[in-house]
Write a protein that binds this ligand. Structure first.
Ligand code: OAD
Length: 257
């Protein structure tokens, strides 16, 4: 895609929206070097079994394996930086707020890169890999936890003795209630919805774009590959988020200057 293939009507729709929502998935962080989940060959779930690593049962049965895997992912993410896609979304939020538009960013990512890019308000649906919590009483540790090794003691909560785990959502778990409620509320009432870098297969996040569309919002998808929401999208921009989002923001800036 190049600048000219972005339709002027899409730019107008963004400029005229009153309430915008953007939902992001692993695809937006792939250009920062963080693997997605479901892409053939490169996706994490092509190599690793989610049932063995991302469920409460897996943590009960082999907590060290789970903790070591999350520690590996965390170190990979810690070395990564926000890419032009993250930065463009942070700019879009700023422009929207200056224009008096509402803008809500909802992410399924746990990597903190939107916050690092400068996005002010981020609804995290699947938690954050840089936080931990007690698997029993849910309290967060007061200080940073020591690294886990093949032999080390596993870190435990001083209040109840439960094991600390990453504060992310695992398969079979409920999403954080307040975040989910806000995500539904914002998606229900928006007039423009951007679905970016998500395969849109994991519920309940996957239902947000379609729900917004059914309520009359213009649906925009940014993803190099088609998904099951592509046929419903008013605009399907089939390229990388790090390419498309900066082009959109430039066009908007040019229009406003
Ligand atoms: P997936 O791995 O399912 O999908 C990533 C999507 O990003 C795919 O549709 C790719 O085509 C697209 N993509 C790849 N590179 C891109 C790029 N540069 N720009 C835009 N799009 C690109 O990841 P998610 O949809 O985020 O949950 O997966 C949702 C949830 O499933 C995750 O939060 C995680 C996972 O299991 C939990 O761990 C609970």
């Amino acid at each position: 895609m190049n600048d000219e293939t972005i339709s002027p009507s899409l730019i107008s729709a963004i400029l005229n929206a009153r309430k915008m929502v953007a939902l992001t998935g692993a695809g937006i962080s792939s250009e920062s070097g963080i693997p997605t989940f479901r892409e053939a060959q490169t996706g994490l779930w092509a190599t690793y079994d989610p049932q063995e690593l991302a469920t409460p049962q897996a943590f009960e049965e082999h907590p060290r394996t789970v903790l070591l895997w999350y520690q590996w992912r965390k170190s990979l993410i810690a070395k990564s930086e926000p890419n032009p896609g993250h930065l463009a979304l942070a700019s879009l939020e700023k422009i929207a707020l200056q224009k008096g538009q509402k803008f809500t960013l909802i992410t399924q990512n746990v990597d903190n890169l939107h916050q690092q890019a400068g996005s002010e308000t981020v609804i995290e649906l699947h938690g954050n890999i840089f936080r931990s919590k007690c698997a029993q009483c849910q309290r967060q540790p007061a200080t940073e936890l020591p690294e886990v090794t093949a032999e080390s003691e596993l870190p435990r909560c001083p209040f109840c003795g439960g094991l600390y785990r990453p504060d992310v959502v695992w398969f079979g778990e409920s999403l954080p209630g307040e975040a989910l409620q806000r995500a539904f509320e914002k998606s229900n009432h928006c007039d423009l919805f951007l679905s970016i870098g998500t395969s849109a297969v994991v519920q309940p996040a996957a239902s947000l774009p379609l729900m917004a569309h059914e309520n009359g919002a213009t649906l925009v998808e940014i993803n190099p590959n088609p998904t099951h929401i592509t046929p419903k999208a008013n605009y399907a921009l089939q390229d990388k988020a790090g390419q498309v989002l900066p082009m959109i923001v430039n066009r908007i800036r040019n229009h406003l200057s």
